[in-house]
Design a protein around this ligand. Structure first.
Ligand code: NAD
Length: 309
């Protein structure tokens, strides 16, 4: 892509909105679409992109089309169409690229790649890590899977959105690594919550204990970046939903089963998160999972260590 290609962007949610916004501000000509007309309108007013009435309309005349949708099923629906609406594949030209930056299931991605290959359309999976703050400041980790030459053609887009950019291997490998990363991250969050609750029961202030963990070998991304900001503050506002986390954990657990790799920890972790989802209100943030463990323990991880009892 020597000159900036026209970009179609579908899915302007918590992540897609700031990512597409950065691309528009970087000077890419864009057509955008979201299921929510209000969100789409807000984006167009803020960034001046052209408003598309459907995913296929957003993809028309674009050399590169980006999807940032909840899951791989939603991606397949907008790409291949359904009985209500034509898919983007019908209007995308041979040689164009579909760049799926959603966290989709890897085996579905491989199948979608085969369907698109028949039409001469390239597929790259490039999920991201870092959440809403890094989407806003363009420092996401980007994990790209697919043919090297095609991944290279996406570089101008990655440079605007990402801090660190990785080529993980063949098509689907980005989605596999992303789901496995989230499994590890989710396990780290609930493990941290569990030990902080035990410490709290013993009489240790959660903030004090978290500082100790962060200077010790037990620290992880949740102790460093989530406990203080989202849990002790009681804001539970990371912008990554509990539903989407459970989706990723299901993807990772399914993958281990499909590949015949024993993954007892992963299966147990997924079950605990699914139990939390069943007990919490719809629309919960993924950091709300701590509330589920607090309910079981009968204590809360608050700044002053005030009990629930
Ligand atoms: P979100 O639910 O906030 O946004 C999804 C958007 O897609 C919504 O605006 C929705 O209206 C739109 N949409 C759904 N179906 C559509 C369709 N058929 N046509 C057009 N638009 C449609 O989700 P998000 O938090 O932005 O996450 C998007 C993806 O990125 C997910 O796969 C998620 O797992 C992944 N992800 C999220 C985060 C995070 O911190 N939120 C971080 C990394 C990766």
């Amino acid at each position: 892509m020597e000159t900036a290609p026209r970009i179609g962007f579908v899915g302007l949610g918590n992540m897609g909105f700031p990512m597409a916004g950065r691309l528009a501000e970087a000077g890419f000509a864009m057509s955008v679409n979201d299921l929510s007309p209000e969100v789409q309108q807000r984006f167009v007013e803020k960034h001046g992109a052209s408003s598309a009435g459907s995913p296929a309309a957003a993809a028309r005349n674009c050399e590169l089309v980006i999807t940032m949708l909840p899951d791989g099923k939603a991606v397949q629906r907008v790409v291949l169409g359904d009985n209500r609406e034509a898919g983007m594949a019908e209007v995308m030209a041979p040689g164009s690229i579909l760049l799926d930056m959603s966290s989709s299931a890897p085996l579905g991605t491989v199948q979608l790649g085969e369907a698109l290959k028949e039409r001469g359309i390239h597929l790259v999976d490039a999920p991201v890590s870092g959440g809403v703050p890094k989407a806003k400041d363009g420092t996401l980790a980007i994990i790209a899977g697919g043919d090297s030459a095609v991944v290279q053609r996406c570089r101008p887009v990655f440079d605007v959105l990402g801090g660190r950019i990785f080529h993980s291997g063949p098509l689907g490998s980005g989605h596999a690594v992303k789901a496995l990363n989230n499994m590890l991250s989710a396990a780290g969050l609930i493990a941290a919550a569990e030990v902080l609750l035990v410490g709290r029961r013993f009489g240790v202030e959660p903030t004090v204990m978290n500082d100790i963990l962060n200077a010790s070998t037990g620290r992880n991304n949740s102790t460093e970046n989530k406990m203080e900001r989202y849990v002790f503050s009681r804001s539970f506002s990371s912008g990554f939903s509990l539903d989407l986390m459970v989706k990723d954990l299901t993807t990772a657990a399914d993958l281990s089963r499909e590949l015949g790799v024993p993954a007892v920890l992963s299966q147990t972790c997924r079950e605990l998160w699914a139990a939390a989802r069943a007990s919490l209100t719809k629309g919960a943030d993924h950091t709300d999972v701590v509330r589920f463990f607090e309910q079981l323990a009968g204590v809360r991880l608050e700044k002053r260590g005030v009990d629930d009892e």
